[in-house]
Design a protein around this ligand. Structure first.
Ligand code: SF4
Length: 402
């Protein structure tokens, strides 16, 4: 059976953070309920696409999935189990925002088969959190984290961010130490990217906030590595650290180009060498999937009937929007620049297996040049970034565009 990953997007948040350009919004309870009904319908309509596959990972992300009523998550999980074969030891993650989760929710997640929690902490410094427009504080995070342990989760990720406005290496070190003290199995540490059109961008442009310069940003990157390694974590990707055996299988799958199906608003998929993203307008999404069935839902004890819902045969085609079929060239490029993100790098043998050509026949000159520049190293059939290569990884990756 072929391996598959599943992503489920929950696009709701209590408040939009000031740096966020993800597909997320505030919504009332009625909209959330309609959305979940639509999502369930989408998964059911996609049953045939999942035949012959076994899902090895599921990631319920957002937005803030933990904002939903716990029975909605239960229903989504049940729908997945009914429509797709999940592997026995599937890694099933849900993103939770500190403060927007409680013990009952966490226990329900556990019972429904979810076995990994990912918390968006970002910083242990409350004034940095306020600057980001986050609604939680560090004490609230610690409480949520302990609750997750109490509910029985033994695989927890904590997201932190560097290069924040006003952040210093000392305050970042303090965040790292406080997180590590809690002993999570996994830490994701990304730098803040100031996205166009966000309130954060406006504040940066008006010089109302100061961002750390590039050298300080690199210093924070090295701090993460130093402190994480010292405490038993291994860096397995440019920005991801895990205790042995706790690398995020879902993320690794993305970097290894495992096929994935995304369900929900704007969710992206890689399926049979095609990439596409679902429509990103909430009303369009709900309308497409629930047309004719608005008064009925799963929570009043009623289920849809096909004749009532009158779902057109091509619903999925409209939902998936523009589909790009990947050429061999696209796939080779992806193989390189996704694979090189991982510290294990890319396998020459796998390249040959996937594309029927030796890696040198395609990339020989580039690899040689980057090796000479000490940006890549080649060892035991694998090609990986050096430390210097990681520092300027954007340049290295761009060299693999054909
Ligand atoms: S919680 Fe996450 S998804 Fe929601 S607004 Fe903040 S950054 Fe965006």
């Amino acid at each position: 059976m072929k391996k598959l990953e599943i992503y489920i997007h929950i696009p709701f948040c209590e408040k939009k953070c000031d740096y966020c350009d993800f597909l997320s919004m505030r919504a009332d309870e009625g909209t959330k309920r309609e959305y979940v009904n639509g999502l369930i319908r989408e998964i059911e309509l996609s049953k045939d696409m999942m035949k012959g596959y076994q899902a090895d990972t599921v990631f319920i992300g957002g937005g803030t999935p933990s904002i939903l009523r716990e029975d909605y998550i239960e229903k989504i999980m049940q729908t997945l189990k009914d429509n797709c074969e999940l592997s026995e030891n599937a890694e099933i993650t849900i993103e939770c925002n500190p403060g927007i989760v409680n013990l009952k929710k966490l226990e329900t997640y556990k019972k429904s088969g979810i076995n990994r929690i990912s918390f968006g902490l970002q910083s242990a410094n409350d004034s940095e959190l306020r600057e980001l427009g986050r609604i939680h504080d560090f004490a609230g995070f610690v409480e949520s984290y302990k609750m997750a342990r109490q509910a029985g989760f033994n695989n927890i990720n904590v997201d932190i961010m560097s290069a924040l406005p006003g952040q210093t290496p000392e305050s970042y070190r303090d965040t790292l130490n406080k997180v590590i003290e809690l002993n999570p199995e996994h830490i994701s540490a990304y730098s803040l990217i100031v996205e166009d059109g966000t309130p954060m961008e406006e504040r940066v442009e008006q010089n109302l906030v100061t961002l750390p310069d590039e050298d300080t940003e690199r210093e924070m990157y090295y701090l993460t590595r130093e402190i994480a390694l010292k405490n038993g974590y291994k860096r397995y990707e440019i920005s991801n650290y895990a205790k042995p055996g706790y690398e995020c299988r879902h993320n690794k799958g993305y970097w290894q180009r495992v096929e994935y199906l995304g369900f929900g608003l704007g969710a992206a998929s890689l399926y049979q060498n095609k990439r596409y993203s679902n429509v990103s307008d909430l009303n369009e999404y709900i309308g497409l999937l629930l047309d004719g069935g608005k008064d009925e839902d799963y929570y009043g004890g009623m289920v849809y009937q096909d004749d009532v819902w009158d779902i057109q045969e091509d619903t999925l085609n409209i939902l998936h929007g523009k589909i790009s079929t990947l050429s061999n060239k696209d796939m080779m490029e992806e193989f390189m620049f996704l694979g090189l993100r991982m510290t294990e790098g890319v396998s020459e043998k796998k390249f040959k297996m996937d594309f029927g050509r030796n890696i040198d026949a395609v990339y020989g000159e580039v690899i040689e040049k980057l090796e000479k520049q000490h940006l890549l190293e080649r060892k035991e059939g694998r090609i990986k970034l050096t430390d210097r290569g990681v520092d300027i990884s954007n340049y290295v990756m761009s060299e693999f565009l054909l």
